[in-house]
Write a protein that binds this ligand. Structure first.
Ligand SMILES: [Ca+2]
Length: 122
């Protein structure tokens, strides 16, 4: 073992011991985003009611989206969370329901959306 390698190992163990003894530097930052709500109309009152009732029954796993990014070094732990607001789930639901992308949800589209969207299996 060369003298330089020995020095590097001693320095590494020293840093590890310092980190274990004093704790790591940890920083978590959270930012919130709220996209603009999608514009949509409903062909009938029933289409709107079916759509909104299905949206209300949205499983918890779909209500909020979070994205984590992190960097974890020996003594430094940095994390950034991005939390997306409720408009994101509304926009996702509209994109799912308005299958022909004409900006209007029909009763048929709302019924299909209602059956598919409220399953909690994905
Ligand atoms: Ca449509």
């Amino acid at each position: 073992m060369t003298k330089q390698l020995k020095s590097a190992l001693i320095l590494s163990f020293g840093l590890l011991a310092l980190g274990a003894g004093t704790g790591c530097i940890s920083h978590t930052e959270t930012s919130y985003t709220e996209p603009e709500r999608a514009k949509i109309s409903f062909a009938t009152e029933k289409a709107g009611r079916v759509f909104y009732e299905a949206l209300q029954r949205t499983p918890d796993s779909r209500r909020r989206t979070e994205k984590h990014t992190g960097v974890n070094l020996i003594l430094i732990d940095l994390e950034h969370r991005t939390v997306t607001g409720p408009n994101a789930i509304f926009n996702k639901a509209v994109a799912f329901a308005d299958s022909d992308r004409n900006g209007e949800i029909t009763e048929t589209e709302a019924e299909i959306f209602s059956r598919a969207w409220t399953r909690d299996d994905d």
